[in-house]
Design a protein around this ligand. Structure first.
Ligand code: HEC
Length: 129
């Protein structure tokens, strides 16, 4: 009986520490694989690896359009000239083509704030070069 109670308390406190809807890198990874990985290698792959889009390794804190190993940035992305902070990424990922007019990233955007936060948390967790 005592053990059952201890177990119940333990699982209760575990569920408190991971509330439903939390933005975790793990949720972000799942979203990344579904929504971004067709065009971007995962951020823990070598930074020079390229699909149609640039590697996002180290993207948090990087200036837009400046990854030296990616040869195909549009003029629009280079001219955008913003550092990809979490806030800047949140704006961009909501509506890429409205925020960077003329970008070649043909992606309609992640409309749910929580999904953007999860993906950004995942990119951030993998942003060491
Ligand atoms: C259909 C292909 C495609 C999809 C899907 C896509 N991207 Fe992109 N992405 C690109 C391309 C191409 C570029 C380069 C754009 C340019 O130069 O205008 C880019 C650029 C970016 C940049 C700017 C990188 C830099 O170095 O300045 C970020 C950040 C980014 N994408 C994040 C994402 C995330 C996160 C997702 C998923 C939610 C995603 N992209 C989905 C093709 C895609």
């Amino acid at each position: 009986m005592k053990y059952a109670l201890a177990f119940a308390l333990l699982s209760f406190s575990l569920s408190l520490s991971t509330p439903v809807g939390a933005q975790t890198p793990a949720q972000g990874k799942a979203l990344f694989l579904m929504r971004c990985a067709s065009c971007h290698v995962p951020p823990d792959a070598p930074v020079q690896a390229t699909r149609v889009g640039p590697s996002l390794r180290g993207v948090v804190g990087r200036k837009s359009g400046t990854l030296a190993t990616f040869p195909r940035y549009t003029r629009a992305m280079k001219a955008y000239g913003q550092v990809w902070t979490p806030a800047a990424l949140d704006r961009y990922l909501n509506a890429p083509q409205q925020v960077v007019k003329g970008t070649a990233m043909s992606f309609p955007g992640l409309k749910k704030p929580q999904e953007r936060a999860s993906v950004i948390a995942y990119l951030k967790a993998n942003s060491t070069r």
